[in-house]
Design a protein around this ligand. Structure first.
Ligand code: HEM
Ligand SMILES: *[C@@H]1O[C@H](CO)[C@@H](O)[C@H](O)[C@H]1NC(C)=O
Ligand SMILES: *[C@@H]1O[C@H](CO)[C@@H](O)[C@H](O)[C@H]1NC(C)=O
Ligand SMILES: *[C@@H]1O[C@H](CO)[C@@H](O)[C@H](O)[C@H]1NC(C)=O
Length: 497
């Protein structure tokens, strides 16, 4: 999500504070002895922490250098080959050490299922504290147990198909506002998709009726987002500091809005309406506090918009590179378009259920791009796991991307081929939205907003990429280079319009 799942919080500065070249030989020797001793102590200190006293069998793998572990390798190698090289050498479960934490990486569907589903209570979600502060510590991602499941039920309820089917025309209107502004110009696909997905997230969070506070909330949120992937240094002037300031103001604005809706007794639509009415559904429970509501609203907007925007960007890339597929998708959408035009009505939920090819393109994009390459969990106690021992506090990372790119489950994994989804994938091998208690509650909304956009885009427009072709950038999700600049034009064909 967002960059919620990113871990770009630590940057390593390798430029040495002083240069050896300026020192004389004697000085070098003089400095060497204590340095070597110091390193040796450091090594002992850190290494002892890894060698668990119980002497049980840890998973195979290399821990790299003390402290920095294999972080540098992860950041300098292509992440795909980092994972696949180790998987080849050590198997589906291996240990490593990144960002100062011992980790166990998991790349078999069965083992990932154990972590995420069957023994999920032993593996809690874990995020850097700076991210928790920015999103709000009471957002559901950070919790396990009764608080998490209460909130999860509420969030799920507000994003079920039955709850979102009424938003189709609202979302369609957003699409129809955006697309004409792209015509005849070069756009940054990722930036534009973010603006689109953000507007959709706002109506799902607050309902269709937009309050006066909305403009302020939008702007503060944007300030918050800018600092999200920065170094967590809370000093005046840093992006992180600015983001935290915006977070404080956002807190106040949201609380004002919450109090206003509570007092008027009109809870309004969207997730906010559902959270405000939470007590009415279950008399035994207290109502949610203002902070609990505010943190979860911000959390859902975070989770919803970058992810969806990144996937849409990849879809445009894949359709551009596969013109036959684009033609086929366009034909599917034209079939629906002509019915709509004939009946003189807008797109409906039922129309979106009749887009099998377009849906498979979305599925295959989610697999190929695997924008959330993995997720983080932490062992809450010592765990016996598939014949190995995982000490308490170790991170455990199910590697979604490795599973999605394994030829045993997806033959010719590097090929973009939506037809592979004509048959359902093997159980537990396809997890673009995660699995188990923390799986994504917004998957139906994400797919819906992608379908609606693709409907209008493919029936009316064509796009050409501008500049370098195939580079990938990690920011922190894998995205086509520079956010995929494209030039958008109206289609030549005028069959139905
Ligand atoms: C294509 C777009 C999306 C993708 C690929 C995606 C993917 C994911 C994944 C993999 C997780 C599980 C993370 C984990 O287990 O650690 C997750 C969680 C979550 N997603 Fe999404 N998501 C998308 C869109 C959305 C949308 C539109 C919403 C808005 C409703 C949303 C809300 C959430 C929330 C609230 C969670 C946390 C659930 C929990 O911790 O119980 N996501 N998402
Ligand atoms: C929001 O404000 C309330 C009350 O002042 C405070 O208790 C809470 O910690 C704040 N939340 C954040 C994320 O700053
Ligand atoms: C866009 O370009 C087309 C063809 O080049 C032209 O006919 C049309 O007037 C242009 N539209 C705008 C809004 O500039
Ligand atoms: C439209 O047709 C013209 C001439 O046939 C062609 O040069 C142009 O690339 C086409 N535009 C699109 C968007 O397909």
């Amino acid at each position: 999500m967002i960059n919620l799942f990113s871990f770009t919080t630590m940057q390593l500065d390798l430029s040495s504070p002083f240069s050896l070249a300026t020192l004389r030989y004697s000085q070098v020797v003089f400095l060497m002895v204590p340095t070597v001793l110091f390193c040796w102590f450091l090594w002992l200190l850190l290494f002892r922490q890894w060698c668990h006293p119980k002497d049980k069998r840890l998973p195979p793998g290399s821990m790299g250098w003390p402290y920095i572990g294999e972080t540098l390798k992860l950041y300098t190698e292509n992440p795909n080959s980092f994972f696949s090289n180790r998987q080849k050498r050590f198997g589906d479960i291996f240990k490593t050490h990144i960002l100062g934490c011992p980790c166990v990486m998991i790349s078999s569907p069965e083992a990932a299922r154990i972590v995420l589903v069957t023994r999920a209570h032993l593996f809690k979600p874990t995020y850097p504290t700076s991210k928790e502060k920015m999103i709000g510590p009471e957002a559901l991602f950070f919790h396990q147990g009764p608080y998490h499941s209460r909130l999860k039920k509420l969030v799920q309820a507000s994003f079920l198909p039955s709850a979102i089917r009424g938003s189709v025309s609202e979302i369609e209107q957003i699409v129809q506002r955006f697309l004409p502004t792209w015509k005849n110009s070069t756009i940054n696909t990722l930036q534009e998709m973010k603006r689109y997905a953000f507007d959709v997230a706002m109506i799902s969070a607050f309902g269709e009726k937009q309050d006066l506070e909305m403009e302020g909330i939008k702007q503060l949120y944007q300030c918050l987002e800018k600092g999200y992937n920065s170094m967590p240094l809370d000093l005046p002037g840093t992006p992180f500091h600015k983001a935290m300031k915006a977070r404080k103001l956002l807190n106040e604005t949201l609380r004002k809005l919450i109090r206003k809706r509570r007092q008027s007794g009109r809870y309004g639509g969207g997730l906010l309406g559902v959270l405000l009415g939470a007590k009415d559904h279950d008399e035994k429970l207290d109502q949610l506090s203002d902070s609990q509501i505010a943190d979860n609203i911000i959390g859902v907007i975070f989770a919803a918009h970058d992810t969806t925007a990144t996937v849409l960007t990849w879809i445009l890339k894949y359709l551009h590179d596969n013109q036959d597929l684009l033609d086929a998708v366009s034909r599917e959408q034209e079939g629906i378009r002509s019915k709509i035009v004939e009946a003189n009505r807008g797109l409906t939920w039922d129309d979106t259920r009749r887009m099998p090819l377009t849906s498979r393109v979305i599925q295959e994009t989610l697999r190929t791009a695997s924008i959330l390459s993995f997720t983080f969990r932490e062992a809450v106690q010592d765990v016996e796991f598939e014949g190995y021992f995982i000490p308490k506090g170790w991170k455990v990372l199910p590697l979604f991307r490795s599973i999605h790119h394994c030829a045993d489950y997806f033959p010719q994994p590097e090929k973009f081929d939506p037809s592979r989804f004509e048959a359902p994938p093997r159980p537990n091998t396809y997890m673009p939205f995660g699995n188990g208690v923390h799986s994504c509650p917004g998957s139906e909304l994400a797919k819906l907003e992608m379908l609606i956009l693709l409907h209008h885009l493919t029936t009316t427009y064509r796009w050409q990429t501008v500049g370098d072709k195939d580079d990938i950038q990690y920011g922190p999700f894998p995205v086509p280079k520079s956010g995929l600049p494209i030039r958008v034009n109206r289609r030549n064909k005028s069959a139905i319009f």
